[in-house]
Design a protein around this ligand. Sequence first.
Ligand SMILES: [Zn+2]
Length: 251
Amino acid sequence: MDDPPGWIAEFTLTPRQFAAHLDAIVDSGRTPVTIGTLAGHLAGRTPLPSRPVLLTFDDGFADLPGRTAEALAERALPATAYLTTGAITPGGHSLLPPAPMMTLDQVPELERHGMEIGSHTVTHAQLDTLPARRLAEELRTSKTVLEDALGHAVPHLAYPHGYNSPRVRGMAARTGYETATAVRHALSSDRDERYRIARLIVRRSHTAADVEAWLAGLGARTAPYRDGPRTVAWRWYRRARAVVHGPEFAG
Ligand SMILES: [Zn+2]
């Protein structure tokens, strides 16, 4: 969007930048797949096409069924959308600061545009800081709401902010999710972990040349790899803060 709310501006592109990034993906000759195809590969059921790329869109902002879906459909690029159900349900609640959001009744429209739908929890909480009951509720209710809207199973999850832990990953599996995407600021690989698939975040400052480098397998490390001490220290700091302050949006 051209005029995003300040809190999300860092993670938005103008329509012109977005078009340039999508054109770079088309020109790369890579084959776009959805999370279902990657899941099939990681479970050993179906092979991936050679040189795949997976495009994901989190949260469910208002432009997603509009300009974003249209720009993808014009280029025949399938994608995956992870939706925060509390933010798109009338009368719902989420920790996302105010922004124009899409609505739950538009979810089937996304599928018709070639998007696969996954859950991004109910409130966008930092899952690794939640007590067990709230964690289970975030994972289960968002899944059910989307399944009711679509009339079929929704077996894929994206952790808000990418935050997860062994306990969160275990709960995701027990809730019936088949995959979960994290962030990790890394390229994924055909050996990646099913419950913390690596992603790269596109920021406002990223140029089409940056995207071309990623598409060539450059400019980021490749998952799986072990958490570094800073990631582990940051996780413990956020958990301690959640005990004192309660849930919050981490931006
Ligand atoms: Zn999010």
